[in-house]
Ligand binder design. Sequence first.
Ligand code: F6R
Length: 355
Amino acid sequence: MMLDDVGAIQAIDRHDTRRVLAEFPAQCRRACQLRAAPALAVDRPRVVVMAGMGGSAAGADLLAACAAETVDVPVLVHRGYGLPAAAGPGALVIASSYSGDTAEVLSAVQVALARRVPAVVITSGGALGTLAGEHGLPRVMLPPGLMPRMALGYLVFPALGALAGGGVPVATDDDVAEALQVVADQAADLVPEVVTDKNEGKRLALAIDRRLPAVYGGPLTATAAYRWKTDLEENAKRLAVAGAVPEMNHNEIEIWRGPGAGELHAMLLREEGEAPEIARRFSLMRELLGAGPGGVSEAWARGRSRLARLLSLLYLGQWVSYYAAMLSDTDPWPVPMLTEVKQRLGAADRGRRSP
Ligand code: F6R
């Protein structure tokens, strides 16, 4: 079994991604200590807009899903240039870019400054760190050196603190303690040294095999499905799709008896205590999709709180995409096309600005 050959894994994983993933619980604990400076001074906002792209938006998605259950302040995730009209008087903007050099997030903060909307910045530096410093914006400085998508803990917990500081508490101290414990327990079970029989990450990557993963979540886990898709794409360099139940029952379900169904593998992201109408839909999907040649797997969230449940699913997805990369003989760390796009657009922008 290739996935149980730690030497073979080391040869493919040339950037030691496995160490970064194994240290994720410690990253989360360190992230809990980080605070914005200067401190955020706002009253409870009318709306929170969380701006970010790619890996730096994943923490925002997770927190928006937590907020949807706990607070009556809308928490919107904004991916793109500028800011939506909702980011006006009475709003709070939380802008996250791990590198600090993402054009879309820089433009979001520039719009916040122009509209005089309070903004908090979460970054390891770059142009965003400088911009925040120049304008005295509350800024959480993250340790550099990670791939943004592997800095998930640094992108979740400081943003959680910023929300609480702004009067929008989306998780309790107990929820945070539980989430830290859950990922610590998971890490022990998911590292390459744990053999396939006992390692859920390896087992699910093998279940997907060479097929295209279609990851489906319920109303509260669909956000994790999207992150599984992007992790599979960035780490394993393989296309994946993500969808939400019940919506996919009204359209995408049709492909599962279509001509390409054998080339797909369904991954259902589940949680204890799902609403009965959602649980019934998942059972039916298992029956219908599992009867096809592509097959179906399930992954269950761990923990009690929304924070722990979503973090546990995201962490499991990181390892599944890691083992999928190993099976494709692919180093999960570098993202050369993404980097080239940024470099070429950056060069074009600098060219436009020069006289
Ligand atoms: C790379 C990654 C990307 C980046 C995205 C935005 O590891 O995950 O999805 O997160 O290109 O860059 P940052 O996060 O630096 O703003």
